[in-house]
Write a protein that binds this ligand. Structure first.
Ligand code: SF4
Ligand code: SF4
Length: 184
């Protein structure tokens, strides 16, 4: 697949997201909480872009797996906006005729966005419920019994304060919803 970047896309990548400043220290990857599910690590995404391997970047799972937590951007010593890169690649992929590589990855991404649209922030319980039902994972895991492992993990996260029991909405969620309406 031959991906030709427009001048605006090149400008965004080079100037606003500061991708050329990367010197491959891997601090971004070392702090990322979801590398276990990625096929390219965040530093590799940046490296591939600098090498012009846009086909590899736009077709990887990583850009859809990224949860936009911004840990990588905060850790980067060169102010490369890695989280912004992931977001920008999600926009670029369909614009260049590429969709999410797997249905489940797309469903996870859409479930994440619907949570933001509804509450202004992600409620992990709501996200997982939405994803598990839509992807068919709830049925599959219930049938083979592995759902109990997820429940056990959820209880551990609750006990350690890493997950909230009840959802919280932000004050300006009407404004967030308006942003989503403008997008549609
Ligand atoms: S932290 Fe910044 S400089 Fe280091 S590898 Fe990641 S993007 Fe490159
Ligand atoms: S924003 Fe995405 S790539 Fe960066 S640390 Fe968070 S999940 Fe990982």
């Amino acid at each position: 697949m031959d991906v030709k970047l427009s001048s605006q896309e090149t400008e965004e990548i080079r100037t606003h997201l500061k991708v050329p400043a990367c010197y491959q220290c891997k601090r971004c990857t070392n702090g990322c909480p979801v590398t276990f599910a990625m096929d390219l690590y965040p530093d590799e995404v940046i490296r591939r872009i600098n090498l012009g391997h846009m086909d590899k970047v736009l077709t990887c799972r990583t850009i859809w797996i990224c949860s936009a937590c911004e840990t990588c951007t905060t850790r980067c010593p060169n102010e490369v906006d890695i989280a912004g890169v992931m977001d920008f690649m999600k926009e670029m992929a369909p614009a260049h005729g590429v969709s999410a590589p797997e249905a489940k990855t797309r469903i996870f991404h859409e479930s994440f966005l619907r949570e933001i649209e509804k509450r202004g922030r992600v409620f992990e319980g709501g996200l997982m419920q939405r994803y598990m039902i839509r992807s068919g994972e709830l049925f599959r895991k219930s049938m083979n019994g592995s759902i109990f492992e997820d429940v056990s993990l959820g209880i551990k996260l609750l006990k350690r304060g890493r997950m909230r029991l009840l959802p919280e909405n932000i004050k300006g969620r009407k404004d967030v919803r308006a942003l989503f309406r403008d997008e549609k």
